[in-house]
Design a protein around this ligand. Sequence first.
Ligand SMILES: *Cc1c(COP(=O)(O)O)cnc(C)c1O
Length: 350
Amino acid sequence: MISFYPGPSRIHKEIPGYVRDAASEGIMSINHRSDEFVAMSKRTIGLLKQKLSIPRDYTVLFTSSATECWEIIAQSLITDVSYHIYNGAFGQKWFEYTHKINPVAVGLPFDPEQAVDASRMQFSDAQAVICLTQNETSNGTSVSQPILRSIRKNNPDHLIAIDATSSMGGVMLDFKSADIWFASVQKCFGLPAGMGIMVCSPRAVAAARAIDERNHYNSLPFMLDMMDKWQTPFTPNVLCIYLLMRVLENSDSIREVHARTEKRAADWLGFLTKKTSLQYLIQNPAVRSSTVIALQGEPASIQKIKKEAKQHGFLLGEGYGAWKPTTFRIANFPTLLDSEINALRRFLQN
Ligand SMILES: *Cc1c(COP(=O)(O)O)cnc(C)c1O
């Protein structure tokens, strides 16, 4: 079965070999306070920064999931109001989870067919944290880099947190345009699930240290203290860190990966435009995601495609929530092979 599910998705084809290496090298039972672990953690973070073009002065942390990052931000960085700019299920969930921890959180939902209007995203209270889902996995939309830069420009003193769970590792992100970025590894990174990555600007680090919230095992100042020694407060997913290191050692720079993702997204557009029984869920091409493709059609034809896809060895992503009967989603993640994409197109062609 080839998984086109937008997370967990197809893992890199080299992963089984790397897992065997991890077993024979004893990685699976190393101590997370050992010199061996510290060297591996340091190398993995160095590779992440190098391959993804993360600024050198940003801090990378290992978490357990993207969901955990939502909570870390709510606990350790939001002292006052937070503004949640979202247009779909993941952004809404982030808002709801934050709201439970901090009831003054404000939701600013927007129409998935519309680009975020950066000129209206200007916030006066400098303590406010701006939270935005860059790639909304539930409906296949994304917020463009120029819009993110405009929001940064309009709010130079605010902390800006970005959920890039289904785009980091697949497209170029301008890390300088926000303060906290996070993702989990089972999307564009093509790894087995069970780890999150959080990237913090020097300003975010300074804010966390000034607030100094230390009531939780994953309180940000505590995470940062441990990362000063390339470690985590809890026992991390050591195998996943190892696999990430091995994958990154052989990865192209994000510039090259980005170009390939965009080319493949354009190829999908060319293919799907000719296929009249399927339409993009989102009509406005300017807001469509390059890494997650959401398609819609008549319920009967969508059900038929989903059922037959399985029989042909393709796992498609279910439609989200109310869209379940009329939509499905296709991951356009870097790990997918050209031959697999072509095979899916041949299947959809019929
Ligand atoms: C998948 C996803 C999450 C949740 O990731 P977990 O690893 O399950 O915590 C959050 N946000 C977005 C945009 C996602 O696609």
